[in-house]
Design a binder for this molecule. Structure first.
Ligand code: TRP
Length: 355
């Protein structure tokens, strides 16, 4: 990894004077167990970006967001621990990056309220997640188009805007489905700045990295918890073998040449392997490697690469006190940024102290 990344370009408009480096921020909703697709698509690039000295990174567990779609406390609690342990096991340097839990920063829900009061309801009506819920109700001929829609779901983009604006993030690495939310955050930032006559907030930009791979899952569709086709990043060795064997292939026999470019197994392999090893595997496909052999090779490769971080991960899960301490320290660092800005915002809105 070079010392600069895609993120270290000139910061965007509205940058407060005191802030010299580009701020990169992203949140991970804590409802699932990290899988290979999360690793390749989000975790690995984020950890690498955090090594760039021209970048200040903020990564957080979006556990308030988790409550929107998951009301199983055990799952939320487990997922928070698993995700934190995963990022730490993979080498996130928490002296360098600010790593925290959203729910440890009371300024975030406070800012959410302030933004709610400048955010047009009509803007939220256009949010994808809400529109999808309404469309589903209409399709099912439900009397109430808002059936099952909570205020949490409806206002989801406001909470997300608060996450971003609270730390004056310039760049927000996200998947395509989240671009609209960043645009909404810009809209809210602009309105607030205009209404209260100040440059309180930078205008964030979404960063969608075209080079980052979207990994396919066991059934060949995009690897995703909602398709139930994932390979968890740190499953036990035996289970990993079992899952790799389940990856869908075709009925070509050993000896018949196979096409790597339409093959999920190859795609997963190449996301981890070096260019050289990927090329060698490509040649094996052309020479007609059998699916059983190919799967064993992919398993061996993944297992080799995941062994060490898996050991660290398991050790971390055994030591929640350590994880808690790391996150508390992260929250302190984050609040040192959030609290002074929140004071300015309160004063701007007429909620300042009397003396
Ligand atoms: N909504 C994002 C997702 O589902 C997670 C998220 C919450 C987030 N707050 C954020 C991402 C702020 C970027 C910035 O993927």
């Amino acid at each position: 990894m070079s010392a600069t990344s895609a993120f270290s370009a000139q910061a965007s408009t509205g940058q407060p004077q005191s802030q010299k480096v580009t701020r990169v921020l992203t949140g991970i909703t804590t409802t699932g167990t990290p899988h290979l697709g999360n690793y390749v698509g989000a975790i690995k690039p984020a950890i690498e970006a955090s090594l760039d000295p021209n970048v200040e990174s903020f990564y957080f567990l979006a556990d308030l967001h988790a409550l929107i779609k998951c009301q199983d406390p055990k799952r939320v609690q487990e997922s928070r621990l698993e995700i934190a342990a995963t990022w730490l096991a993979l080498g996130l340097d928490t002296d360098n990056a600010t790593f925290y839990r959203q729910s440890d920063i009371p300024e975030i829900p406070e800012l959410t309220w302030m933004l709610s009061c400048v955010c047009a309801k009509g803007l939220m009506n256009r949010a994808h997640a809400y529109k999808a819920a309404v469309a589903e109700n209409e399709e099912a001929d439900n009397q109430d188009p808002d059936k099952g829609v909570t205020m949490g779901l409806f206002g989801y983009p406001v909470l997300m805007a608060a996450d971003i604006l609270m730390f004056n993030a310039n760049k927000v690495p996200v998947g395509r489905d989240q671009i609209q939310h960043i645009e909404m955050a810009r809209d809210m930032a602009g309105r607030f700045n205009h209404l209260y006559k100040g440059s309180f907030f930078s205008l964030p930009e979404a960063v969608v990295d075209e080079k980052v791979q979207v990994l396919n899952g066991l059934d060949g569709r995009k690897m995703s918890k909602s398709y139930n086709n994932t390979i968890p990043l740190f499953v036990a060795e035996k289970k990993l073998l079992k899952l790799v064997r389940k990856i869908k292939t075709n009925s070509l026999e050993p000896g018949e040449p196979k096409d790597p470019d339409t093959c999920t197994l190859f795609q997963i392999y190449s996301a981890f392997a070096s260019a050289e090893d990927t090329q060698a595997m490509r040649e094996e496909y052309a020479a007609g490697i059998g699916w059983g052999d190919a799967k064993n090779r992919v398993f061996e490769y993944l297992n080799e690469h995941l062994r060490e971080p898996r050991e660290r991960y398991l050790a971390l899960l055994e030591d929640p006190a350590h994880i808690e301490a790391v996150l508390q320290k992260g929250a302190e660092k984050a609040r040192a940024q959030a609290a002074p800005l929140m004071d300015r915002l309160r004063t701007a809105a007429g909620l300042g102290r009397f003396i």
